[in-house]
Design a protein. Structure first.
Length: 152
């Protein structure tokens, strides 16, 4: 399955860094910027998370709730949040269910080596749960991602 613009996403998205269920309905009246990223503590993912952190109040004022997702463990997410003072939840998806449902898990290649990984992608979901925009891996600017979301 691969969600696309116009699809309604399920209410239950996954479990956060504390093992708590993350639901769309936890954020009534808010649009959700559901961003998928490859790995905690890497340079690009840290730049992206910190850009979202630094612009979080602006995103909130514009009606967005930011939720990050990667295949990292809850413990890794806790360290990533603590180290970078992230004000938003991170869903841990080590079984790749959410990653696969959104079509962002697949074969990647680096230096000629092929491996399975997460394609950096952001889904903008309206307050009714409908996907209204997808920011693709080629479009995402990790150091200016909040502005891209605000332009949605």
């Amino acid at each position: 399955m691969s969600y696309k613009i116009g699809d309604i996403v399920p209410d239950v998205l996954g479990l956060d860094e504390n093992g708590k269920e993350v639901k769309r309905s936890d954020y009534p009246g808010k649009s959700i910027a559901l961003y998928f990223y490859p790995k905690d503590m890497t340079s690009g993912c840290t730049a992206q998370a910190c850009n979202l952190r630094d612009n979080y109040s602006e995103l909130e004022k514009a009606g967005y709730q930011v939720i990050g997702v990667s295949a990292d463990s809850a413990a890794s997410h806790q360290k990533f949040i603590e180290k970078n003072s992230l004000p938003f939840p991170l869903i841990s998806d080590p079984g790749h269910k959410l990653l696969e449902d959104f079509g962002v898990w697949g074969e990647k290649s680096m230096y000629g080596r092929k491996y399975m990984g997460t394609f950096r992608t952001t889904f903008i979901i309206d307050p009714q749960g409908k996907i209204v925009r997808v920011i693709s891996p080629k479009e995402i600017k990790t150091k200016d991602h909040a502005a891209q979301i605000l332009a949605s």
